[in-house]
Write a protein that binds this ligand. Structure first.
Ligand SMILES: O=P(O)(O)OC[C@H]1O[C@H](OP(=O)(O)OP(=O)(O)O)[C@H](O)[C@@H]1O
Ligand SMILES: NC(=O)CC[C@H](N)C(=O)O
Ligand SMILES: [Mg+2]
Length: 505
């Protein structure tokens, strides 16, 4: 999951983009980048690492301008090693565009081929985002009247993008000399919202993945960008908006509410913290049906993301709530780290069990989700080593059994611990005495209860239903093989593949 920011301000925006990216750091820890517009000239800097490590004073000084975009990356296509795949991206024609994307395209291979053979555009990385930028650039070129562009032409271009592209995409793009264009795919799978700030010099606008980035930077939340909608803010701060999809159906990723988003964000009218409290309530009722409550001495969260759900579960069941695991605040999120070895090592570095909370107790550990089982395996082990008698486990999300192709890096089924296993078998695998999973219907209700208008969700990792309609078993098998080949170090793409592709095509 990546985090994106776009700002049209009244003064220099480099610090503002930086500060907002810091507020989205939980969405991507691999690379960060900022591109600012100074008149018709773009300045850009991107590198691997956390925001605070990427930008030095000299880099910030080299980012002048009253408008800018930024991105924090969690790769789902290409690789985490390639700096060329870090964002923002830039193309020089038409007009000059800098671009940042959150999401993942499902038809990027087909698009890359048609871009090369028909549109005569060469893609030089394995990033689906570079493909998306080039589709946008091509459609802007087709929609523009000669050398000039108006908002209607931009909206026509976004409509054409919607017709060609499949998958998840929330986008911010700067068009040199014009302003900031932002849009969201017709299902609104990834979040995107708009905010404003009344400065002494006039209104400033910000588009961000999550509302926390707006509010934390002093901006007021205005609204979510609708599924399929495009918003254009010109360099004078005038806002133009248009629905560009033929048949938009808001179907947001349910995993944003479970894990990805910050609890203090509000997405599609639902506050994430409240949704997690509700998940705790529904989960409590299922725990009460499956485990004898007298057997549980204490409920504990697995920091950080499960805290609200665990707290509410304990309160509903009238059980004691304690924090037995202390988190090292200098270790990031383990799930979004690249590679299993580093994820496994980081769980131990990140969490430490305090024996006084575990000794001779039966504990119920609550996590927001169990995906590969990296965290739960280690945690159950740590709880026992700290003296726990019985270790029960509850997950605020249902079993994750299917790959995600829309911006979460879980591309193969065989890495998912619940794939092909019953909950009892997963319990055995992680070493727990019992395991309770949330039901999918209850998870959906936990969110819909807070906004009854929100009834449809992208929940493929739980139910195998892919909303874009182009993901079938053959697609998933190809994804699996690609991933296995990549792990074994075989050439499956990258720069050399692209060059070969160009030469042979
Ligand atoms: O089964 P797994 O593959 O281990 O994935 C699930 C775990 O990963 C996430 O935690 P993470 O450490 O990424 O972040 P958090 O501090 O926000 O909980 C999530 O909250 C679960 O704890
Ligand atoms: N998680 C995301 O949003 C990833 C964006 C893009 N697909 C990349 O890999 O860089
Ligand atoms: Mg966690």
């Amino acid at each position: 999951m990546c985090g994106i920011i776009g700002i049209v301000g009244r003064g220099p925006v480099n610090q503002l983009v930086y500060d907002s990216l810091l507020l989205l750091q939980h969405r991507g820890q691999d690379a960060a980048g900022i591109a600012t517009a100074y008149g018709n000239h773009f300045n850009m800097y991107k590198a691997h690492g956390l925001v605070r490590d990427v930008f030095r004073t000299r880099n910030m000084r080299d980012l002048p301008g009253h408008a800018g975009i930024g991105q924090v990356r969690y790769p789902t296509a290409g690789s985490s090693d390639s700096l060329e795949e870090a964002q923002p991206f830039y193309v020089n024609a038409p007009f000059g565009i800098t671009f940042a994307h959150n999401g993942n395209l499902t038809n990027w291979r087909e698009l890359r081929e048609s871009l090369f053979k028909v549109d005569q555009r060469h893609i030089n990385t394995n990033s689906d985002s570079e493909v998306l930028l080039n589709v946008l650039a091509h459609e802007l070129q087709s929609a523009a009247k000669g050398t000039s562009l108006d908002p209607q032409a931009m909206f026509n271009a976004v409509a054409a993008v919607h017709r060609r592209v499949k998958g998840a995409y929330s986008v911010v793009a700067q068009i040199a000399g014009y302003g900031l264009l932002a849009f969201r795919d017709p299902f609104g799978i990834r979040p995107l919202c708009l905010g404003k700030f009344e400065s002494e010099l006039g209104t400033e606008w910000m588009v961000a993945s999550e509302s926390v980035a707006l509010e934390g930077s002093g901006f007021d939340f205005v609204r979510d960008v609708d599924a399929g909608e495009a918003i254009f803010v010109d360099l004078d701060g005038n806002v133009h908006e248009k629905q560009c999809a033929d048949n938009p159906v808001l179907t947001p990723c349910i995993f944003e509410y479970v894990y990805f988003a910050r609890p203090d964000s509000t997405i599609n009218g639902v506050n994430v913290y409240n949704a997690r409290l509700k998940m705790g309530e529904y989960l409590a009722d299922k725990v009460a049906r499956q485990i004898r409550l007298q057997e549980i001495d204490v409920v504990m969260p697995i920091p950080d993301s499960s805290r609200p759900a665990a707290m509410q579960l304990a309160s509903r069941l009238d059980l004691e709530y304690r924090e037995g695991f202390i988190k090292n605040r200098y270790v990031g999120r383990t799930f979004i780290m690249p590679g299993q070895a580093v994820r496994k090592k980081s769980v131990r570095q990140k969490l430490n069990a305090m024996s006084m909370e575990f000794k001779d107790k039966n504990v119920l550990l609550v996590d927001d989700s169990i995906v590969r089982g990296t965290t739960s395996r280690e945690i159950v082990d740590m709880a026992r080593a700290a003296g726990a008698r019985k270790v029960f486990f509850a997950s605020a999300a249902p079993p994750v059994c299917f790959p995600n192709v829309y911006g979460i890096d879980m591309p193969t089924q065989d890495e998912l611990i619940a794939n092909g296993r019953t909950p009892e078998e997963v319990a055995k695998e992680i070493g727990a005495d019992a395991l309770v999973y949330q039901d999918l219907e209850d998870l959906k209700s936990a969110i819909s209860d807070l906004n009854p208008a929100l009834t449809q969700f992208e929940s493929s990792c739980f139910d195998g239903q892919y909303v874009t309609g182009d993901v079938d078993s053959a697609y998933l098998e190809r994804l699996r093989l690609t991933r296995h080949q990549a792990k074994e170090g075989q050439a499956v793409g990258g720069l050399q593949f692209n060059m070969g592709y160009a030469a042979n095509a």
